[in-house]
Ligand binder design. Structure first.
Ligand code: SF4
Ligand code: SF4
Length: 372
C-alpha cells in the first residue's frame, strides 16, 4: 500500500463517491449471511419458477468464500435510482404501459459495470491487492451482504430497504484480498408495517420475508418465457415490464431522493408509453426503442405478449384493433394474448384457422368465458 494512503476505507469511499455511489460500506467476506438458509427454503419450495440458474448455482451464489476463497473483505456499494415522481401514478392510466423504474433508463448492468471496473482498478492500484467484481450475478448473496455491511436490511418484501434511500438502490460489490475493518450490520426496521405485503396485486408473499417468484409480476413479465398463467392476467393491469408496487409503498421512501446518474434516469418515451404504439413494434422497431435498455433482453414477442395483456385490461375497446391485427402475428405467444385481450374487451373473435394448440386453447369458448 502506498505510504500516503493510511486510511484505505476513506480512500475507497472517496473513489466510490466520485463514481456516484451514494452508499459505500464494508463487510468481511466470511460474514455470516442469512442468504444460504433463505435461498435453500426458496428453492426447496420451487418458488424460483423457471429461473433454473438460481438453483444450478446455489452454492456459489450463497457463500462468498466459495465464490472466491482469496477474498477477505467486500466493498458493498449502493447507487441511488430514486424516481422523480410516484411510479404508481401510471397505473391509473390504462391506455399507457407501466415499465419498472429501474428499466426506464440505460441498462444498469452496463452503467454499473463500467463504474465498478474503474473503481476496482483504482483500489487494486492504490493498495496493490487483488479485486474481483460482481454485478447482479449473485443477487441473493448481494442483498445479504448489503445487510451485513449496513447498507440496509432485507424488508418483508425481500428487497433491500435503506434508511437513507428507501427502496431505490442498485447493489454492487467488489471483493478484495485487502483486509478492511467491517462496518456494523443494519437492523430490521420493518416493525409492525406490512404495506408491501398488502400492496401486492398477485399475493406473491406467502409470508413476510418470503416471495413466491412464480406469482410475482416482475417474474411473470420479465423472466417467464411462455404464456402467462390466466389467473394472473387481470391483476397485471398495465404493468408491461416488472412491477414497483411493493417497493413504492414502503414508508422508508420518504427519505428517498431522486437519482442523479444521468444514464440511469428515465427516458421520456419509457415513463408512460402508449400501449397502441407499443403493440405496433416489430422486431427492428423494438430493438431500436430499447437499444440500451434492459427491456431489450426479453425480446419483442414476450414484450408484445405483455402489452396485449395490458390492452385486454385497458377497458378501451378502441385498442381492440391492435389485438385484432396481432391475431395474424408470427408468434404464438402474441396470437394467444391477442385472443385473450379480445375476449377481455368483449370483442368477438373473427372466424379463423389456427394451428398452434396453445392459441387454439385460448380460443375455446370455455376459456373465453373465464377471461378474467
Ligand atoms: S413486484 Fe409486484 S407482484 Fe412482485 S411481489 Fe412486489 S408487488 Fe407483488
Ligand atoms: S413496506 Fe413496511 S414491511 Fe415492507 S419493507 Fe417497507 S417497512 Fe418493511
Amino acid at each position: 500500500m502506498p505510504s500516503s494512503i493510511s486510511d484505505p476505507k476513506s480512500a475507497i469511499r472517496a473513489r466510490a463517491g466520485a463514481e456516484g455511489f451514494g452508499m459505500v460500506r464494508f463487510a468481511r467476506a466470511a460474514a455470516p449471511l442469512r442468504a444460504p438458509e433463505r435461498l435453500g427454503a426458496f428453492l426447496a419450495d420451487g418458488r424460483h419458477g423457471t429461473m433454473d440458474w438460481l438453483a444450478r448455482d446455489a452454492a456459489r451464489r450463497a457463500y462468498p468464500d466459495v465464490l472466491w476463497p482469496a477474498a477477505k473483505s467486500v466493498v458493498v456499494l449502493g447507487l441511488n435510482y430514486g424516481p422523480h415522481g410516484d411510479p404508481l401514478d401510471v397505473l391509473a392510466r390504462p391506455d399507457l404501459g407501466a415499465i419498472s423504474v429501474y428499466a426506464q433508463g440505460d441498462d444498469y448492468h452496463d452503467v454499473i459495470k463500467a463504474k465498478l471496473k474503474r473503481l476496482a482498478g483504482g483500489i487494486a492500484k492504490d493498495f496493490a491487492c487483488e479485486v474481483k467484481v460482481f454485478v447482479d450475478t449473485a443477487p441473493v448473496m448481494e442483498k445479504s451482504l448489503a445487510e451485513a455491511a449496513g447498507v440496509g436490511w432485507q424488508g418483508k418484501h425481500t428487497n433491500l430497504v435503506s434508511r437513507e434511500f428507501g427502496s431505490w438502490l442498485f447493489l454492487a460489490s467488489i471483493f478484495t484480498s485487502l483486509d478492511l475493518a467491517p462496518d456494523d450490520a443494519e437492523a430490521d426496521h420493518c416493525g409492525q408495517c406490512r404495506r408491501c405485503l398488502d400492496a401486492c396485486p398477485t399475493d406473491a408473499f406467502p409470508a413476510p420475508y418470503q416471495l413466491d417468484a412464480r406469482r410475482c409480476i416482475s417474474y411473470l413479465t420479465i423472466e417467464h418465457k411462455g404464456h402467462i398463467p390466466r389467473e394472473f392476467r387481470a391483476a397485471i393491469g398495465n404493468r408491461i415490464y416488472g412491477c414497483d408496487d411493493c417497493l413504492a409503498v414502503c414508508p422508508w421512501n420518504k427519505f428517498a431522493q431522486a437519482g442523479r446518474e444521468q444514464l440511469l434516469s428515465a427516458r421520456t418515451e419509457l415513463t408512460a408509453p402508449s400501449l397502441r404504439e407499443l403493440a405496433r413494434l416489430d422486431d427492428a422497431a423494438f430493438r431500436a426503442l430499447f437499444r440500451k435498455s434492459p427491456v431489450k433482453r426479453i425480446g419483442r414477442d414476450r414484450f408484445v405478449r405483455n402489452v396485449l395483456i395490458a390492452i385486454g385490461n385497458s377497458g378501451n375497446a378502441a385498442l381492440g384493433e391492435e389485438a385484432l391485427r396481432l391475431l395474424d402475428d408470427g408468434s404464438p405467444l402474441v396470437r394467444a394474448m391477442a385472443v385473450w385481450a379480445l375476449g377481455r374487451l368483449g370483442i368477438a373473435l373473427p372466424q379463423r384457422a389456427e394451428s398452434d394448440p396453445d392459441v387454439r386453447s385460448e380460443m375455446m369458448p370455455t376459456d373465453r368465458s373465464a377471461v378474467a
